[in-house]
Design a protein around this ligand. Structure first.
Ligand code: GDP
Length: 535
């Protein structure tokens, strides 16, 4: 293939890709929406397929068994499907008890996110947490307000809440007409079209295709919606045009504005418009920052970065799957690459690509795609692989844990095994740990409580470590950094008893209360107490 032909193909492949995650609080409708997307994409034939997967995922014992039967431990972490001219890579950001550091880290591998909000409940805690990460990375967010078939909160109130709690301008693209039993459909504010919600009762009574409304003042609108609903819509639209901001694509791409769509996922209403707008507006893979320079996806040389490791739950097979996002060039089966951290060459023989229903050997893949690489510990989170140049991608951070447990060994002679086990689990990103400067104990840190169970289980089965785990009263841990060495020294002295080191030996502080943390920030203005540490 000639160089220019290859360059054109690469450009086309990059332009077609949308790599994204769905962020939401449990039960807002993420799974339902995913399923409808896959149906539209033709990746699954019937509803229920994703549900079944989810059920097994949450019943942990079943899950482990299923995984053991399959030999490797990958559920629906990544799904690839096509829609129109686009190739979509949807990355799972688990909620519930599965919520963990991985959930955050996955967001470093996406180019944009879709936020699902339950119209009855509004913005909930998990969404806020995930949004913090999106904002940190300036990830563009599109919003879907779901469950309009139920009596929910006022749409204007919901938009206000998004702005207040999430700190992002919310720009409605569609507007709901009524809700709950009175829900009639949405008005497309951009194209001036009405789309009717079809229920079992009113089926066939209204046009299925979008109806263009040239003039909101026309009597036609009263006829279509009834006078009350028509007047409400007129008032709302007038209010919006006065108060709202116009949609600005650049502001969306910069993560400053979120376009908002209304609908009902379970009724498949508003989903196709959402998906159409998503592929139209969401960004294709972008340039990514490496230590030495920015790397554009259209560069012909291959590069990729590992952002997630999933270990096998089966102790007989110690292999792990490293998830790599392709950042530039073309991936080919069996290609030889440079492993930047180990300064070694390696061959990528058995890469896997994950589809909605199954997985397959990856013959080729392009920027934005995610491939799974089975390995025995050679690949770690943050590792960069390239076809030639020595590169190191940035931006796979550690997030400060929010839950803490102390490890108490049942047999003190096993401390070597504990140390080794924890070091490896921390490298995988399964758990974080800290050691007080003044003591020899290990304090585990997690973002989701399930991480503790998994760590305890794996320490026992894989490393023969029997231990008990005690909760510790810690409000927060913060890494401490400063260019002002004197202040840093003073901080270390003052907080000697709460000074700890993380797995890589970086200094951090435990704070027992929020007040103590705020006091420290006030007292030492030149010291950064950060909750994010770049790898
Ligand atoms: P997830 O936890 O975010 O993945 O949420 P699910 O997709 O599992 O949905 C949670 C519940 O809400 C399920 O019982 C769905 O059937 C229901 N649900 C999803 N979308 C809608 C909707 O548009 N309207 C109503 N009434 N229920 C919905």
């Amino acid at each position: 293939m000639s160089d220019s032909h290859f360059a054109r193909q690469l450009q086309r492949e990059v332009r077609q890709r949308r790599t994204f995650g769905i962020i939401s609080h449990p039960d807002a409708g993420k799974t339902t929406l995913t399923e409808k997307f896959l149906l539209f994409g033709g990746a699954i034939q019937q509803a229920g397929a994703v549900k079944a997967k989810k059920a097994t995922r949450h019943a942990r014992s079943d899950w482990m068994k299923v995984e053991q039967d399959r030999g490797i431990s990958v559920t629906s972490s990544v799904m690839k499907f096509e829609y129109g001219d686009c190739e979509l890579n949807l990355l799972d950001t688990p909620g519930h008890q599965d919520f963990s550091e991985d959930t955050y880290r996955v967001l470093t591998a996406v180019d944009s996110a879709l936020m699902v909000i339950d119209s009855v409940k509004g913005v909930e805690s998990q969404t806020e947490k995930l949004m913090q990460v999106c904002r940190m990375r300036s990830i563009p967010i599109m919003t879907f307000i779901n469950k309009l078939d139920r009596d929910g909160r006022e749409p204007l109130e919901l938009l206000d809440e998004i702005e207040d709690k999430l700190g992002i301008q919310a720009v409605p693209m569609t507007w709901p007409i009524g809700m709950g039993k009175r829900f009639q459909g949405v008005y497309d504010l951009i194209n001036g079209e009405l789309r009717f919600f079809e229920t079992a009762e009113n089926k066939g009574a209204r046009p299925r295709e979008a109806t263009v409304v040239k003039d909101l003042e026309s009597e036609e609108l009263d006829r279509l919606l009834g006078e009350t609903a028509a007047n409400e819509l007129r008032e709302d639209v007038e209010l919006l045009s006065g108060a709202g901001y116009p949609f600005d694509h650049e502001a969306y791409l910069a993560g400053k504005q979120t376009p908002v769509f209304f609908g009902s996922a379970v009724n498949n209403f508003g989903v196709q418009e959402l998906l159409d707008n998503f592929v139209r507006l969401a960004p294709a893979p972008k340039a990514r920052e490496a230590e030495t320079r920015m790397v554009a996806p259209e560069e012909p040389e291959f590069s990729g970065v590992v952002f997630k490791i999933q270990a096998n739950m089966d102790p007989d097979h110690r292999d792990r799957i490293a998830f790599m996002r392709i950042c530039s060039g073309k991936f080919e089966r069996g290609m030889r690459v440079r492993h930047h951290r180990l300064k070694k060459n390696m061959q990528l023989g058995n890469a896997i690509i994950f589809m909605a229903r199954d997985r397959a050997g990856a013959e080729e893949a392009w920027p934005g795609d995610i491939v799974g690489l089975p390995n025995h510990g050679t690949l770690k989170i943050g590792d960069t692989l390239t076809s030639k140049e020595e590169l190191k991608f940035l931006g796979i951070p550690n997030f400060a844990p929010e839950f803490f447990q102390r490890v108490i060994l049942k047999n003190p002679l096993k401390s070597k095994q504990l140390e080794k086990g924890l070091a490896q689990l921390a490298e995988e990103g399964a758990i974080q740990f800290f050691r007080p400067i003044t003591g020899r104990e290990f304090i585990l840190g997690a973002i989701g409580a399930l991480q503790f169970d998994i760590t305890a289980g794996r320490l026992k089965t894989e490393y023969g470590v029997e231990a008990t785990y005690e909760p510790v009263q810690i409000y927060a841990v913060r890494w401490v950094e400063s260019e002002n060495k004197k202040q840093l020294q003073e901080v270390r002295k003052k907080y000697h008893n709460s000074l700890v080191e993380d797995a890589q030996g970086a200094p951090a502080l435990f704070f027992p209360t929020r007040w103590r943390l705020e006091k420290a920030e006030e007292d030492w203005p030149e010291v950064r107490f950060t909750h994010v540490k770049e790898h």
